[in-house]
Design a protein around this ligand. Sequence first.
Ligand code: NAD
Length: 470
Amino acid sequence: MADRYQQLVNTPIGKLVAKQVGLPNPPRLERYTPGAPVIEGTVLLGAAPGGRLTGAIAGALASAGAETLTAMQDEVRGAAADAGLDAAIFNPDAAPESQRFKALVFDASGIADSEQLHEAWAFLHPVIRRVQRCARVIVLGTPPEDCDVPAQAVAQRALEGLTRAIGKEIRNGGTAQLVYVRPGGEAEVESTLRFLLSPRSAFVSGQVVRIGPSVTETSDTIDWERPLTGKVALVTGAARGIGAAIAEVLARDGAHVVGLDIPAMSQELTAGMDAIGGSVLAADITADDAPAQIASHLLEFHQGVDIVVHNAGVTRDKTLGRMPAELWDTVIAINLTAPQRIDQELFARRAVRDNGRIVCVSSISGIAGNAGQTNYSTSKAGVIGIVQEFAPALADRGVTINAVAPGFIETQMTAAMPIGTREAGRRLNSLSQGGLPVDVAETIAWFASPASRGVTGNIVRVCGQSLLGA
Ligand code: NAD
């Protein structure tokens, strides 16, 4: 459904009125178009002394072709030069007033105690007001649980408050994220940096991502434009809404998509799959024989599957005291039990190929809870449980498992909400608007990439930094 308020306040007169009376002014977010560079504009790279990630970040920026300036420290300049990053130095005192940045990237891994958090301030303070619209602020650190010394763990944990607050301060469509890189995961930062720097992450803000060492031994060279070439992806609930967008984006990135939806949606599903060269699997995922049917289809026609996206989901809202058992059972069966049964069958029959990717679709209702949605919130919190429970075991076969937790996304599901709830859902986030299905899809494509070998066990919200459950 169109966000008419956003359209109105983006007219010259609407902008003026909104400003005068203090109404939210949702900015137009930049979104990715195929063939566009990873980032258009200058990146400023800085680090706290002793950072262990600066070289890896510089390497990723060089590979992404990002126009970069470095902070004045010798250590940063040296790491950039060693990584082959051609970057001039930025001197805040001498730079022209017109110098603007599209992204600020700070390696905070060298911060060993709370006093050294000053380094983050020293890097960001002089430049935070020089950012362009839809800018990116990315801070990288060490997960507190991997720190040897308590003072370092405390300081690294503190970075979460910094990035979340920046997400709320930055205007004009800007976002801020914290990326924790475990020791040994340095070489795995590129796919995540590319995603977070680019307009693909338009509606992702205030998130904490954890990257670890690669769960696979091999690291093939990657075609960043079509990283999923040769891969087979199963997308459940692919006939419309977010599922249709996931199918489109995975196909754009080179995958053959097997779109699954209930038989009643076959017409829409077939039209969608025809448009992207995908294939159709009509099934109700809660049917007793659905897991076997899905596994047989994937093995018979595709010799297995590389990417499984558990997107099919429903809401059946009622407050708990008014909720009949069937509404409870339906939501749990579709949203939570079915993905587990399907995974179980696919793994039992070795249908998921090595280095596979499982992506679940949770919801901020599963994080924050939501009145009228005890069934849905339970199911979506359970989906987070699936990710947390299975990530360590699947890593043995190079398989990653992650979840997206969408906030308010403009789909038929949210269009059906009462207007008050709908407007609140749209505005109560740092970007004061709803996200688009493509925003969820791009996040899933990042998880699905063969380059995201070190990204597992993450729950990433696609919610514009919603105030709910923040
Ligand atoms: P939607 O209702 O537009 O699409 C869901 C699709 O799943 C439909 O095509 C439907 O036919 C299919 N489906 C439902 N039950 C099925 C079953 N038993 N077997 C096979 N397919 C089935 O919903 P959407 O807004 O696109 O949501 C997609 C996912 O995103 C869901 O898991 C939803 O919970 C989640 N989500 C959506 C939002 C949002 O704002 N729209 C927010 C958070 C999470």
